[in-house]
Design a protein around this ligand. Structure first.
Ligand SMILES: O=C(O)CCC(=O)C(=O)O
Ligand SMILES: [Fe+2]
Length: 317
């Protein structure tokens, strides 16, 4: 695996996707992270999203806790309530130093037979829902285009897996990282070292900084804010679908800026029933198949207090 020192940039625009796919393969076959520019997401929409996030996080804690994250993973995730214990990248004992609002796909009702289905839990904030829904719709369209490009980049000969995104698993997370005290212990993170578990992550971040990616040799490289650019990375499921050709790169957040940091990752994933396996055209399979929803359940139950089986028992009538 070759070492990298900088994060590549891919401009989308109206160029043919096949041309972009060649650049995608070079970037995501090595670094696994890139800046995507000329992506068509309106700057004013992104600004409105950050403004919505600021207003939400400024609400009193009790107001936010009234919509605390539920079993379908929608709502407010308070600080000190998730720990990346499944991380194979570090021994993580301390909870992440962030709070967030999580929006997922909007379903009229929770279907007990469909894991992670359900309605969102909205705060009573003027314009908030509308802004998030518009941003999520725009990012879903962009996610779909990037997935098609990623499959092409990985050499996938039959892109029919794209139909698994007709009813996608979507996560729009409004993250708030308070400033970490200067004397915090080395293993206290805004976000502990991890890889993302899905297919594609499209991140908008403010100018505070703190996101870093790990090189194959184990160095941490900063991913600073670039105005107008999205930070896009590949997660574990796309790594497996591509039979390892596209990399799911470890990253972390440490906010030692002395200021609060806001970021808005959007995760674009297939339906929970999707069987994830190396796709035709990517060579002899190196990974066994798994069902995405089963994998998600084990990850969420390990990391989040709200998903722990004991918590479910306490919540049942
Ligand atoms: O806040 C960031 O910059 C990154 C967040 C992240 O890695 C995640 O939510 O998976
Ligand atoms: Fe991440």
């Amino acid at each position: 695996m070759s070492e990298f020192t900088h994060i590549p940039t891919i401009a989308l625009g109206t160029r043919p996707d096949a041309e972009i796919a060649a650049e995608f393969r070079a970037a995501y076959g090595s670094t696994g992270f890139g800046y995507v520019t000329d992506h068509g997401i309106d700057t004013t929409l992104t600004e409105a999203l950050f403004e919505a996030s600021r207003r939400f996080h400024a609400l009193p804690l009790a107001t936010k806790m009234a919509i605390a994250v539920d079993r379908s993973h929608r709502g407010y995730i308070p600080i000190n309530s998730s720990t990346d214990v499944n991380s194979t990248l570090a021994t993580v004992t301390k909870p992440n130093q962030s709070a967030s609002f999580m929006m997922m796909r909007e379903d009229a009702v929770a279907d007990p037979d469909e894991y992670l289905s359900g309605p969102n839990r909205w705060p009573d904030l003027e314009g908030f829902r509308d802004t998030l829904e518009r941003y999520s719709a725009a990012m879903s369209a962009l996610g779909r285009r990037l997935m098609a490009i990623a499959l092409d980049a990985a050499g996938v000969s039959d892109p029919s897996i794209l139909s698994a995104f007709d009813r996608p698993t979507l996560w729009l997370r409004l993250l708030h990282y308070p400033p970490q005290p200067p004397a915090s212990p080395d293993d206290l993170y805004g976000s502990a070292p991890h890889t993302d578990f899905g297919c594609l992550t499209l991140l908008a971040q403010d100018g505070v900084g703190g996101l870093q990616v790990r090189t194959p040799a184990g160095h941490w490289v900063d991913v600073p804010h670039r105005p107008g650019a999205l930070v896009v990375n590949v997660g574990d499921m796309l790594h497996r679908m591509s039979n390892g050709r596209l990399r799911s790169t470890p990253h972390r957040v440490i906010n030692t800026s002395g200021r609060e940091r806001f970021s808005c990752p959007f995760f674009y994933d297939p339906h929970v029933s999707t069987v994830i396996e190396p796709l035709p055209g990517t060579g002899a399979p190196k990974y066994p198949p798994l069902v995405f929803g089963d994998f998600l359940r084990s990850e969420l139950e390990a990391a989040y207090d709200a998903h722990k089986p004991a918590c479910a028992a306490a919540n049942s009538p």
